[in-house]
Design a protein around this ligand. Structure first.
Ligand SMILES: CC(C)(COP(=O)(O)OP(=O)(O)OC[C@H]1O[C@@H](n2cnc3c(N)ncnc32)[C@H](O)[C@@H]1OP(=O)(O)O)[C@@H](O)C(=O)NCCC(=O)NCCS
Length: 179
């Protein structure tokens, strides 16, 4: 499996992948919403606050994942939010998503990231080390409509001590509909 980092020269291709994948699974509106989110993240978030990893197949992007920095006002630990992730509809169910997640997590660990948070289906994310967390363990940046989907993992071993202080996320995520 060929992994690549970053989105230079691939911004449109990655955005199109998210549009196609979410349109197939959630419908056209959600496809457009997620594509707009991804475009905003790729074009407005500072380089040091964003990690992008993709899988190439025959030179084409077939899966991508984004991580963006979160900040906890009173906590020095390095925290990133994993979201969103997509695998091309015709490539799903072959282990690509999990392989890409594992690759991304190991790269972030190597880069000194302490904690990864995400918001989604625990049945999928538990396969790559996430567990459900409470908002006492890590405040969410916006009110959560589905608190059971608030997930986290430490990249430095063991459970993580609660993150201290209110949280903030990359600006494109600051919309209630994503939470
Ligand atoms: C979710 C997604 C990234 C998974 O990628 P994938 O390459 O199909 O997944 P993998 O083949 O690596 O893993 C498949 C496993 O995850 C489970 N799984 C896949 N999608 C799932 C989902 N949406 N919810 C729960 N479990 C899921 C499968 O049951 C399977 O379990 P198994 O290994 O025990 O059989 C992909 O299906 C996708 O892009 N979906 C549309 C976009 C989306 O929903 N993204 C996630 C939210 S940001």
């Amino acid at each position: 499996m060929e992994f690549v980092s970053g989105h230079k020269g691939r911004t449109a291709e990655i955005t199109d992948l998210f549009a196609a994948s979410f349109t197939a699974s959630e419908g056209a509106d959600e496809g457009q919403t997620i594509a707009a989110l991804v475009r905003a993240l790729l074009t407005t978030v500072e380089e040091e606050d964003l990690f992008v990893f993709s899988v190439l197949e025959g030179g084409a992007v077939v899966a991508s994942i984004l991580f963006t920095r979160m900040r906890y006002d009173q906590d020095d630990r390095v925290v990133f939010l994993l979201s969103p992730v997509a695998v091309a509809p015709d490539q799903q169910g072959k282990g690509t998503g999990q392989a890409l997640l594992r690759h991304g997590l190991s790269q972030l660990k190597r880069d000194g990231v302490d904690i990864i948070l995400t918001y989604g289906d625990v049945n999928f994310y538990a396969k790559v080390g996430f567990r459900q967390i409470t908002e006492q363990e890590a405040a969410a940046p916006m009110p959560l409509s589905y608190p059971h989907g608030w997930l986290g993992q430490s990249l430095t071993g063991g459970a993580f001590a609660p993150l201290v202080g209110p949280a903030s996320c990359a600006a494109p995520f600051r919309k209630p509909e994503y939470w």
